[in-house]
Design a binder for this molecule. Structure first.
Ligand code: APR
Length: 257
């Protein structure tokens, strides 16, 4: 067990209210590419041309062909990995209370996590741009693109696209959780997209400990993170959960979880 993992485990084991902030990096080991960095989606697809709400309003068919059909494919095949499962275990141990995820893949819920804020929405539902009706994506046929609602309106995935704002309820609840948690576990995000990237700063300024897990350093690593565990989330989360159990065992005896 490395010293930083030990340090992170001691910090988390002493907590009663941990909030996690996750990003694309936690789902990479489930076969979903990240957005940025090597092999990132935005290296191949221009996000302003294909992931901005104005682009969708102008040419929804092109956005479906270039971006959403690809996403539908990789999301359909993806299953939770040790990273998602590790957070579920911390929830079972009564340490982790809520996950704020930037991911639209629903893998935290598939892993069993109960309180998940989908900060950037979800691909599991479509919404009509005319009547606002919400439909389960599984019930939407994609023979013709863009898919249409019964009212004739254009359907769009219920995700937050560039140029759109975060629903007020999710934003306020996430900021409140950041300001009141004991610790924030930040996993697999480049911490470059606002307002999500500011949540660890709110937590830090409110006295919480920040534990970061990421494949490479981020803007949080130097000034905000108290412990930075650099590497693959799946591997590190497995080691971290085992270390937290060990610390709990040593401090409270075998049956304190
Ligand atoms: N384990 C841990 N971290 C990883 C792994 C891995 N296996 N693979 C990649 N990473 C890291 C990368 O080093 C990078 O820092 O995950 C981070 C992913 O960053 P982004 O691709 O920028 O994803 P994210 O931070 O979630 O993006 C935020 O931007 O494009 C929008 O709406 C989209 O929700 C997304 C938002």
């Amino acid at each position: 067990m490395t010293q930083p993992i030990q340090q992170a485990a001691v910090t988390l084991a002493a907590c009663r209210s941990v909030v996690a902030l996750t990003g694309a990096g936690i789902s990479v080991e489930s076969g979903i590419p990240p957005f940025r960095g090597k092999g990132g989606l935005w290296e191949k697809i221009d996000p302003i041309k294909y992931a901005h709400i104005d682009a969708y309003a102008q040419d929804p068919e092109a956005v479906w062909r270039v971006l959403f059909m690809k996403l539908k494919d990789v999301l359909g095949k993806a299953r939770p990995n040790a990273g998602h499962n590790g957070l579920y275990h911390l929830e079972q141990m009564g340490i982790l209370k809520t996950i704020i995820t930037q991911n639209i893949d629903g893998l935290h819920q598939q892993a069993g996590s109960r309180d998940v804020i989908e900060f950037h929405g979800t691909f599991a539902f479509q919404r009509c741009m005319s009547c606002g009706q919400k439909l389960d994506s599984k019930q939407v046929t994609l023979e013709t693109l863009p898919p249409r609602c019964a009212c004739g309106g254009v359907l769009r995935p219920d995700v937050i696209m560039f140029g759109e704002i975060i629903p007020m309820h999710d934003l306020q609840r996430s900021q409140m959780l950041a300001a009141t948690c004991d610790a924030m576990l930040v996993v697999g995000t480049s911490a470059t997209v606002q307002p999500a990237a500011y949540l660890p700063v709110i937590a830090k300024r409110s006295g919480a400990a920040i534990v970061e897990i990421n494949a490479e350093p981020t803007p949080l690593t130097v000034d905000i993170s108290d412990v930075a565990l650099i590497g693959k989330a799946g591997k590190i989360m497995g080691e971290l959960v085992a270390a937290v159990k060990q610390v709990r065992m040593e401090t409270h005896g075998a049956n304190d979880f």
